[in-house]
Ligand binder design. Structure first.
Ligand code: FMN
Length: 431
C-alpha cells in the first residue's frame, strides 16, 4: 500500500464567507464576479498541488444574505472556464439534488468532465432553505428526511445515465462506417417515486469514467447517505476530537455499507491564518473580526435557522431555547450550535460572533500551522482539508510557506499523482 499523505482542496468564495470581510482594505470588493480572482486563486492552488478547487452554491437570496451570496457565478459555467486555464487541479461544483433535473445535470457534469480531461466533481447538497421553492415554481421544500430520499433517486439516475455508454462504445471506424457499437449502449429506463428517466445520455464516459461525488450534510441522514454514496465529504472542523469522532463514524458506516472506507475521503473546511508570529496572526484575526458588527453576526447566524428573527432576544442572555427551529434547514449545523451553546453556557452574542467569524484553530507561523495539520493528520481525524481564505494574504503564505514544510516532512506529495481528479484524490477510476 502506498504511504498515506495529506490532501487539500481550496474553496473559492469571492469576497468571502462573512458579512463584512469585503470591507477589509486588501480584499478585492469585486471578487465574487471577477474571473481574474478565480483564475489567480485556482492557479495558486494548482501550484500547491491541491486536489481540487471547490465552489459552494445556493439557490435563494434575500436582503439578509451575505455579499458573496448576493452576486456570484453559477458553478458549471465558472468551472468550465477554469478547466481551460488549468491542467491537473480538480473542479468540484455544488448542485442541489432537490432542485435540479437529473438528466440535465448528468449531461452538464459529464461535459465538464470531458472539457477538463477527467477533473470534474459534484458536491451534492439537498438545499436547506425554504425560500428556494419560490424560485422553482413553488415546488415546496420537502422535509429533511424526504430530501435525502429524493437525493438517493436523483444520484442513482445521474450515475445510471453516466453509465449509458461502455468505455469502448465508439469505434468511429471510417472504413466500415461503424460510428458506435449498439451492444455497448445501455438504456436506463428508470422508474422511481420521484423520477422516470429513459436515457441514454448523449455523451460518453470520460477519462476518469465519471465525475467524483462529494457530499455536504452531516446529520444522521446526511452521514448515512454519504457513507453509502459519496467518494468525498465536506464537513465542519470544530475540534480535533469531534472531527475524529465524525471520521470514525463515517468510515465505519461506509464499511457496513459494503464500501472500502479508504474511498470515502473526509475533508473538513478550515481557514488557516499564517503570519510571522502567533501574536501577529492573532492581531490579524482581531482586525478582521472587528469588521463585523454584532447585528450582522446575528443575521449571519439566523440564516442557518432559515432566517429566524432573533431581534427580540437579549444579546447577553443565555442562547435561547429554539425547540425544532432549524431542523428542516441546516439540521446538523443548527443541532451543533444549540448543543454547543448549552454545553458552554454561551450567550446569543457569543454564539453569533463565533459563527460569523470563527477564530481559526490553525493559526500562527508556517511551522505552527504545519504542526497542527500534522497533528490532525496523524490522529487519523481527516484525509484532507478544504482551505478557506477570507483573511487577505494567508492563502498565498499557506501555499508558499506551509506546503514546503509538509513536503519536507514527507506527508505531502511533490508532484500530482495523475491528471484526473480520481487519481489525485486517491479513489478508483470508474470502468
Ligand atoms: N447547502 C447548499 O445549498 N450549498 C452549499 O454550498 C452547502 N455547503 C455545505 C457545507 C457543509 C460543511 C455542510 C455541513 C452543509 C452544507 N450545505 C450546503 C447544506 C447541506 O447540503 C444540507 O442541505 C443541510 O446541511 C442539511 O443537511 P444535514 O442536516 O444533513 O447537514
Amino acid at each position: 500500500m502506498s504511504k498515506r499523505t495529506i490532501h487539500f482542496g481550496s474553496i473559492l468564495h469571492g469576497v468571502g464567507g462573512t458579512t463584512d470581510g469585503w470591507r477589509h482594505p486588501e480584499v478585492d470588493e469585486t471578487a465574487s464576479t471577477n474571473f481574474d480572482f478565480y483564475k489567480a486563486r485556482t492557479k495558486l492552488a494548482e501550484k500547491g498541488l491541491f486536489d481540487f478547487v471547490f465552489i459552494a452554491d445556493g439557490l435563494y437570496i434575500s436582503e439578509k444574505s451575505i455579499p458573496h451570496f448576493l452576486n456570484r457565478f453559477e458553478p458549471i459555467t465558472l468551472l468550465s472556464s477554469l478547466a481551460a486555464i488549468t491542467e491537473n487541479i480538480g473542479l468540484v461544483g455544488t448542485f442541489s439534488s432537490t432542485y435540479t433535473d437529473p438528466f440535465t445535470l448528468a449531461r452538464q457534469l459529464m461535459s465538464l468532465d470531458h472539457l477538463s480531461n477527467g477533473r470534474a466533481g459534484w458536491n451534492l447538497v439537498t438545499s436547506p432553505q425554504a425560500g428556494v421553492a419560490k424560485n422553482y415554481n413553488n415546488r415546496e421544500l420537502p422535509p429533511h428526511d424526504e430530501r435525502y430520499k429524493i437525493a438517493q433517486e436523483h444520484l442513482d439516475v445521474v450515475r445510471g445515465l453516466w453509465r449509458s455508454w461502455e468505455a469502448d462504445a465508439f469505434p468511429r471506424n471510417k472504413e466500415t462506417g461503424e460510428y458506435f457499437d449498439p451492444s455497448k449502449l445501455h438504456r436506463l429506463n428508470y422508474e422511481g417515486d420521484y423520477y422516470q428517466v429513459a436515457g441514454p445520455l448523449n455523451i460518453s464516459r470520460s477519462k476518469q469514467g465519471e465525475p467524483l461525488i462529494f457530499q455536504a450534510g452531516s446529520s444522521e441522514n446526511g452521514r448515512a447517505f454519504a457513507a453509502g454514496n459519496a467518494e468525498a465529504i465536506f464537513t465542519h472542523s470544530s475540534s480535533l476530537e469531534e472531527t475524529k469522532a465524525f471520521y470514525d463514524d463515517v468510515k465505519k458506516r461506509a464499511q457496513a455499507a459494503g464500501k472500502n472506507p479508504d474511498y470515502v475521503k473526509i475533508y473538513p473546511g478550515i481557514n488557516p491564518l499564517v503570519a510571522d508570529s502567533l501574536e501577529e496572526a492573532e492581531a490579524k484575526y482581531q482586525e478582521f473580526a472587528s469588521l463585523i458588527p454584532i447585528e450582522n453576526a446575528v443575521r449571519y447566524l439566523a440564516r442557518y435557522f432559515d432566517d429566524y428573527d432573533f431581534s427580540s432576544y437579549d444579546l447577553d442572555a443565555p442562547f435561547p431555547e429554539l425547540g425544532d427551529i432549524g431542523k428542516n434547514a441546516f439540521r446538523s449545523t443548527t443541532d451543533y450550535i444549540k448543543q454547543r451553546a448549552k454545553d458552554n453556557n454561551q450567550t446569543l452574542r457569543q454564539v453569533a460572533l463565533e459563527q460569523a467569524v470563527p477564530r481559526p484553530n490553525f493559526i500562527g507561523t508556517p511551522t505552527d500551522v504545519a504542526d497542527e495539520i500534522q497533528r490532525w493528520f496523524e490522529a487519523e481525524a481527516i484525509d484532507g482539508f478544504i482551505i478557506g481564505s477570507d483573511i487577505p494574504g494567508s492563502f498565498e503564505r499557506f501555499i508558499n510557506e506551509v506546503i514546503p514544510i509538509l513536503q519536507e516532512r514527507g506527508i505531502y506529495r511533490k508532484a500530482y499523482a495523475g491528471s484526473t481528479l480520481r487519481e489525485n484524490i486517491g479513489v478508483p477510476i470508474v470502468k
